[in-house]
Design a protein around this ligand. Sequence first.
Ligand SMILES: [Mn+2]
Length: 337
Amino acid sequence: MFKTICALLKKYDKWVILSHTRPDADALCSVLAVASLLKEKNKQFRIILGSAIPVRYRFLIDDYRDLLLPEYLEVQPGQTLKDTLGDAFAAAPAIILDCSDAERVGHFSQELFDIKIRINIDHHKGNSSFGTINAVNPNAAATGELVYDLFSACNATITPSVADLLMLAIAGDSGWFSYENTSEKSHLIAVDLMKKGARLSYVRKHLEQFTLPVIHLLTRALNNVELDPRYGIALSILRIKDFTETKTTPNDTEGIIEMIRAIEGVIAAVFIREHVEGKFQISFRSNDGFDVSRIANQFDGGGHRGAAACRCSGDVDTVKTNILNALQEALPILKGE
Ligand SMILES: [Mn+2]
């Protein structure tokens, strides 16, 4: 599969690299690593994102300026992919990274299907195979692992800065090699990345560091946690005013759900985020094997056993009650009243 992709990379001179909205370390670093590969092969490229780079990952803009400028573009709401790319790149083949579905790229997702060559490189279970070429491996802990395979297949150089990027991607998505998705191969790749100059201190600093506005937002999210010990449900909500008052955006909420899940006694963690007035994005995480994707499915969302998401709109109290009712129905009572 990666050999086929390498042959295509050789054949075409212009490329578009895309990933999902609210990009995480795996998405952004995979994008930059692929950009570095294309640069080495003397290809032209554009990097397209459907939402801004979250504040906590803005360091990448400084550290990888040579790859990002002027190649990085955001498709603004109401704008099309075609207009954003301009004529020169409008029909260029695309590499889409870390997206389980075409929709993940943002509001312009339908335009992806106008592109004749779509290379879908991803590690999510249930990937919809929206590409014309699909390099999907749900056993990989991160898309970064698949990008590593791409480098190997194309005989591309893993420079020290690419090693940093791939380590950020894999450490980010595997919870520092501790989540269930971590394999022996994840560790073997990490060993090779270290040989090639990856700096663990750099990676740790950037995965752990928060900006002050994000710390203020986190404080609100944690203060708002309500725990129902009877069922082991913990829930927190952030409203629009929480974002405006802390000078953050709904893009800055990465990691909050993990903290809610880490509360002692929690079986199901819920984080509700109001992204537009009256519109809510809801994330679920679970412990002890409880299947939260079943709950998300009830609200037309999806995901897997341990992590799922859905969207709801309407009155916040009604949304919250509906979610809690669905969870209470699915969970056994742990403790008496
Ligand atoms: Mn990922």
